[in-house]
Write a protein that binds this ligand. Structure first.
Ligand code: ADP
Length: 269
């Protein structure tokens, strides 16, 4: 079970003067239960790639397969969207209902999964760390961090196998980022695969099994955090600056000493 992207190309406004090749020949894989981060400069194609993973966008060339289902097959699109949940960059792009309860119930109702809906809501509220008093509140009157939790909960309410998050830490302060990272780690350890779009290389290095670095719509490098650090040291990618701790690690490694890789989570400070 996995998401497989093969030679994906995406072109906006094809055949017009506004034509933009946002992704060119991208191949990558997200294993079931894994944590993959997509990093890169603004405009490198991260959001476009994220939107392909749940078939919100469809390939101009190449293919996207989710647990063997192809986004090329019209009748499979619904099943793919059921398996992959996408959390948009800004909660305001996603939230629409008058109450949190209504917001969280929308997905299960849409998929016809209304048995025990109260229990599902209680479970996801607990998972995202909000008490049940929030259910009757307006999502629009919550703080930025709380809105983001509701947006994540509304996607989790249909129990996707893969959770795609577009810049989940954008706009959060250090403690908000820390709490969000804790939340995502918990969701991941509960068995959901996480695909995180981020410009925050430090968080990506610290949490991911695998990182894909995009540059102008192509893959500049991909691999484990260790491989990405080594690759970025020998070939920098625009917009990705290695954290100081990684440079220290490289210094130690270059002197022939092996230490287990861990990018010190400075954001916890
Ligand atoms: P990132 O998420 O890394 O900032 P995007 O995927 O948003 O990158 O954008 C990749 C490229 O595609 C950029 O050149 C951007 O201007 C262009 N692009 C993104 N969305 C659209 C769109 N809806 N219409 C036209 N061009 C777009």
């Amino acid at each position: 079970m996995s998401i497989e992207v093969n030679n994906l190309t995406h072109i906006y406004h094809r055949g017009t003067p506004l034509e933009t090749v946002a992704l060119r020949d991208i191949s990558m894989e997200v294993p079931d239960g894994g944590w993959v981060s997509i990093v890169g400069h603004t405009g490198s194609g991260k959001s476009t790639l994220a939107q392909h993973l749940d078939a919100l966008l469809l390939p101009d060339e190449g293919s996207v397969l989710v647990d063997g289902l192809s986004t090329d097959v019209k009748k499979d699109l619904r099943k793919i969207r059921r398996k992959v949940g996408l959390v948009f960059q800004y909660p305001e792009q996603q939230l629409f209902a008058e109450t949190v309860r209504e917001e969280l119930s929308f997905g299960p109702k849409n998929w016809g999964e209304i048995d025990d809906i109260d229990r599902t809501l209680a479970e996801v509220m607990e998972q995202v760390g909000l008490d049940e008093s929030y259910l009757e509140r307006s999502p629009f009157k919550l703080s930025g961090g709380e809105k983001r939790r509701v947006a994540i909960a509304s996607v989790l309410a249909v129990r996707p196998s893969y959770l795609v998050l577009d810049e989940p830490t954008a706009g959060l302060d250090a403690s908000g980022r820390h709490r969000l990272v804790e939340l995502l780690s918990r969701i991941h350890s509960d068995g959901t695969a996480v695909i995180m779009v981020t410009h925050d290389l430090e968080i990506a290095l610290d949490l991911s099994d695998r990182i894909i670095a995009l540059e102008k719509g192509t893959i500049a490098c991909q691999g484990s955090p260790e491989e990405i650090v080594l690759s970025l040291e020998s070939r920098p990618v625009s917009g990705l600056v290695l954290p100081d701790i990684c440079k220290i690690w490289l210094g130690v490694k270059n002197r022939g000493m092996e230490i287990p890789f861990s990018c010190d989570p400075i954001y916890l400070a």
